[in-house]
Design a binder for this molecule. Structure first.
Ligand SMILES: C[S@@+](CC[C@H](N)C(=O)[O-])C[C@H]1O[C@@H](n2cnc3c(N)ncnc32)[C@H](O)[C@@H]1O
Length: 318
């Protein structure tokens, strides 16, 4: 039988047809990608400056993955901001209260810019602060914000820890975000938010070496004491368990400080390994059981020193 009459033959022909799409068809497919990407009122100039779109207005394929993460996070943050706006009504039906966001470990400020462009640009009020320790990135973000007329964006050349005490920030911040802020910068962002009485957090933690270092330094002792230490005997497991425990402690810490916490995926795992999204809304109900659990985990895993340095705020302030 001739292959051309078989299903396989048809598939081969279909495959070839797909490979030989006309230049016009390819252009149409690219235009479709860009159309799917754009939101109403979105600044093309911004997307070009962020290298998400090329000068010719085509989608930069290398930026797609980052953009997907940022868009997903933006959607969660937008929901939180709308909730915050409703919970603090101001005079006038359409007036949105002056909301503030601090984005920690901002990097090139993809998130801050997309947030401003899609949400704050259309309002008369609201401030976005980008905190970043690399001054070159801060300078570039300042220049871009000035160029685009994003006057309520502020970029501060500070570490996350320094920013909690900086006079350049207001005493209160509504929402704290941190997208892949390195290692313990997420913990500093939580401490910042607690100090600023943040009403919500959106955190996507990055590499987390601190807990792994503590687990590693106590390994021999813990192996002699408890079979649980098998969970982190191998270095790879030390790192993975360190990440897992760190995020569990962060969630408990937020609960102990009066936040309702949700943990979810940011995007599909195929897009990023650093994919855990911690969302927290302030309810004021401080969970004593969560504070207790932090202490118990510290004792069970030999992490008392970490718990005593990172997760003590509630004990001192409640
Ligand atoms: C992996 S990048 C993420 C950047 C950005 N949030 C994003 O997702 O595109 C982490 C950024 O956090 C910054 N960073 C790390 N630790 C920091 C700290 N303690 N304080 C301020 N910035 C920090 C780094 O300089 C880097 O720009």
């Amino acid at each position: 039988m001739k292959p051309s009459g078989t299903t396989a033959g048809k598939a081969v022909r279909a495959g070839k047809a797909a490979q030989t799409v006309s230049p016009g068809g390819r252009q149409a497919a690219r235009d479709q990608q860009v159309a799917e990407l754009l939101r109403p009122g979105q600044s093309i100039a911004l997307l070009q400056h962020l290298h998400i779109l090329t000068r010719e207005g085509q989608l930069n394929q290398d930026s797609r993955r980052k953009l997907k993460q940022v868009y997903h996070l933006y959607q969660f943050i937008e929901t939180l901001l709308r909730e915050l706006a409703q919970s603090r009504p101001v005079a006038g039906a359409d007036v949105v209260p002056d909301l503030s966001v601090a984005d920690h470990g901002a990097g090139k400020s993809y998130l801050g810019f997309i947030l401003y462009d899609l949400f704050f640009k259309h309002l008369d009020s609201g401030q976005v602060y980008g905190i970043e320790s690399r001054s070159d990135l801060v300078d570039k973000s300042r220049a871009l914000a000035a160029q685009l007329g994003f006057t309520r964006m502020h970029f501060l050349d500070l570490t996350v820890a320094e920013s909690a005490h900086s006079a350049l920030l207001p005493p209160r911040i509504d929402l704290v975000s941190a997208l892949h802020a390195c290692d313990s910068a997420t913990d500093d962002a939580i401490a910042f938010g607690l100090a600023k009485q943040a009403r919500a957090f959106a955190l996507v933690p990055c590499c987390q070496a601190e807990a792994a270092r503590h687990l590693g330094s106590n390994k021999a002792l813990m192996l002699s004491r408890t079979p649980l230490a098998e969970l982190w005997r191998h270095p790879l497991h030390t790192r993975e368990l360190g990440s897992q425990i760190t995020n569990v402690l962060r969630c408990l810490y937020l609960e102990a400080n009066g936040y309702q916490v949700t943990v979810t995926e940011l995007v599909g795992w195929e897009h990023s390994m650093k994919n855990e999204l911690i969302l927290a809304r302030y309810t004021g109900q401080k969970k004593h059981a969560a504070a207790q659990r932090i202490q118990e985990i510290g004792a069970q895993f030999g992490l008392k020193a970490l718990v005593d340095t990172r997760f003590t705020w509630r004990a001192e302030n409640s």
